[in-house]
Design a protein around this ligand. Structure first.
Ligand code: ZN
Length: 255
């Protein structure tokens, strides 16, 4: 069953109609093949993902919206569908050749997979596990400004899980590498698919245990303890970082 909407992405943006929902399916016909980097027809959801070339203009009556803002204004089912199609579209866009023999891959007839017509190897969509954590010390929150940030935003500490690690080990290692601190009392706090292109963010609260902040300058511009009544600019609503911070502040205020 085909959906009456299409999921058309340009970098971190989605094409929306005037009312703010994903573009009508017929908008696909507005783009010529030179505009389209990749297309994925998802048998599971019935949805189609298009990945456009950078700079492709929106058709008349539509505009591009930042995906985190789109997530903030839509419900969980729509966020899950959009994340799935963005992740699968980006995966097809970035997975063109067989890693065993170098032949071009094609979509598998039944599975959500790519297959190599020469050697038969199947390639499944990739999901990269990441941890994200909000560390507290008494009523203070540790927030960090990334070296890539240009908007003055302070966020939670995050990083990729490495081969062979548990989530808790990855969390302790990332905290140590980026701040030189030690943490304890790690508590699971939810998760969010983050299809930029294929992360699964697993969120935790942790308590400060010991150490002085010493930042890893290649990754972090600044890291500080903030009190809930004197916070810096925070990550966008709709991100799990923002949810972690807001929930913890409500707890600290006893709400
Ligand atoms: Zn092959």
């Amino acid at each position: 069953m085909a959906l009456d909407r299409a999921y058309i992405f340009r970098d971190r943006e989605i094409l929306v109609e005037g009312g703010g929902d994903a573009a009508k399916a017929e908008r696909i016909a507005s783009f010529v093949s030179a505009d389209i980097r990749a297309r994925f027809n998802d048998r599971v959801s019935g949805g189609t993902a298009l990945i456009l070339q950078p700079g492709t203009p929106a058709p008349e009556g539509c505009s591009f919206e930042h995906l985190p803002s789109y997530f903030f204004t839509h419900d969980e089912a729509e966020i899950a569908l959009t994340s799935r199609l963005k992740a699968l579209g980006s995966w097809v866009d970035g997975t063109r050749f067989c890693p065993s023999c170098g032949q071009p891959l094609r979509l598998h007839a039944v599975e959500t997979a790519l297959e190599c017509p020469a050697c038969g190897r199947l390639i499944f969509p990739r999901i990269e596990p990441c941890i994200i954590t909000l560390i507290t010390r008494g009523d203070e929150l540790l927030l960090l400004r990334n070296v890539k940030d240009t908007r003055g935003v302070y966020a939670c500490l995050a990083g990729f899980v490495e081969a062979g690690e548990t989530l808790e080990q990855a969390l302790r290692r990332e905290v140590r590498e980026e701040t030189s601190l030690e943490v304890e009392n790690i508590r699971y706090a939810g998760s969010q698919a983050w299809p930029f292109p294929d992360q699964l963010m697993m969120a935790f609260y942790a308590d400060y245990k010991s150490g002085e902040i010493k930042i890893q300058e290649s990754e972090i511009r600044d890291a500080r303890w903030f009190r809930p009544d004197a916070l810096p600019p925070l990550p966008r609503p709709g991100s799990i970082a923002r949810r972690l911070i807001e929930r913890r502040i409500r707890e600290l205020k006893g709400e």
